[in-house]
Ligand binder design. Structure first.
Ligand code: FES
Length: 117
């Protein structure tokens, strides 16, 4: 359930280039926002391996590759889809309305680690 009154307007959609990520700090959490063209997706910006900035990773399909050691995360579920250990990051609801990207920090969710393996 996404708390409807917890959306925070972040930036204009044009300020996140297509298939790139940008970091924003929101509610004490650093979030990486990705522009996939037809939608935006937001995940925790800290790689669970050694803290790599996922916003700087290469986007491929709906995944991003951590720039430090190459773990790959699904941007929709937060699950690591290529890693040396089961891992995941928190995903946050994100949307574009009237050209403005908003993120719902209170609606963040994380898959169970048994599902991530
Ligand atoms: S810090 Fe991300 S793969 Fe190592």
């Amino acid at each position: 359930m996404i708390p409807e009154n917890k959306w925070t307007r972040i930036t204009t959609a044009e300020s996140v280039p297509l298939r790139e990520g940008r970091a924003v700090r929101l509610g004490g959490v650093e979030i990486a926002i990705f522009n996939l063209g037809d939608r935006v997706l937001a995940i925790e910006n800290r790689c669970p391996h050694q803290g790599g900035p996922l916003c700087d990773g290469i986007v491929s399909g709906t995944t991003v590759v951590c720039p430090l050691h190459g773990w790959r995360f699904d941007l929709e579920s937060g699950a690591a889809v290529r890693s040396s250990l089961p891992a995941c990051v928190t995903v946050f609801p994100a949307r574009v309305e009237d050209g403005i990207i908003s993120v719902n920090i209170a609606g963040g969710s994380r898959i169970e680690m048994e599902d991530a393996a």
